[in-house]
Design a protein. Sequence first.
Length: 384
Amino acid sequence: MHFSQRVSLSQPNAITLAAGKRRAQRQKLVNISDSNPTRHGLGAAVTPYQADPRGSRDARHALASFLSQRDGRCVNPGNLYLLSSTSQGYSWLMKLLCDPGEALLAPTPGYPLIEALANLENVQVASYSFAWLGRNWELDPLSLPAAGVSPRPRALVVINPGNPTGAYLDKGERKRVQEYCAANNLPLIADEVFYDFPLPAAPESRARLAGCPEVLTFALDGLSKNLCAPGVKIAWLEVSGPESLVEEAKARLDIIADAFLPFSDVLAAHLPGFLEKIPSQLEETRGRCAANLATLQGLVGEDPTGPVTVMAPQGGWNVLLRFPSHIDEDELVEKFLQDFGIYCQPGYFFDLPFAGTISLSLLLDPDFFRENAAKVLRSIMALS
């Protein structure tokens, strides 16, 4: 397994070893270089601050208990890292896995955030693709690069379900990416922030990659999506896979996390309360998205020969509308803005493999969604 040269596992120096020996022998140790004010009667903290690169131990135990119950498996709190966002998680993983100029493999169509973060980390993004087969998106196995390609990828990113496609990886696709990673000695980065938002088309075979034991896997999730609360900046990263690789990865991740200072204890203290609110919020959001999707499908109708197609997502918060490709996406979105003050995102923002798509959010108030979706459809019909 390749880990970047950005992070080195240095041996402790003689002073650190001597201090550790004294602690082990339970002998008195006074640190007169200590710069932690909470240990010296200063600051607002009730208890002394104790840095843990993975975040508050108590909060991670609470999170592990929640995930264990949610997923029906035993989650080790020692394999969890608390984050301010999944974007931070991506950034740390790029530091961990990629030297400058090396590459990640990421899916297309896809949200452009990964490429933006990679640019900031001096990492390249190579793509593998999903193809639209008329009713669903399917992984194109031929798009996964063969060994020896340059720049050599250092990790494979999967989005489960995809954004904005809303496609879950089915059982065969999960097996394929895991086998590809094993054969090419690559770790797997699984972004599953939208996993718990299935829609009626969701496959029964959907499953998380978090906790995967076969290959080194870094799973990302967080409260921003689970609570529909972008301002609640608590996310997490779970490391799983073969034990020796997990331990080596964590040793290096600890160095990265410690350099950026541990997750806020103030926020971590609120995590158990936030976790309790997730089930009710998920239920409300799922209901909203399903209702708006049904509304859109009703407005479009069931005629397969019609000019507009709802590319029904299996999960997530978005839906893609497909229309005749002779209608320019930019011109159409500009028309929405000029005629109705409606903004939406064209498909090329996400590297859709064909022209003639826009992405709509399923989160809107149902009446507001119906009103504005009808305006969008009337405009497309008039141009078809």
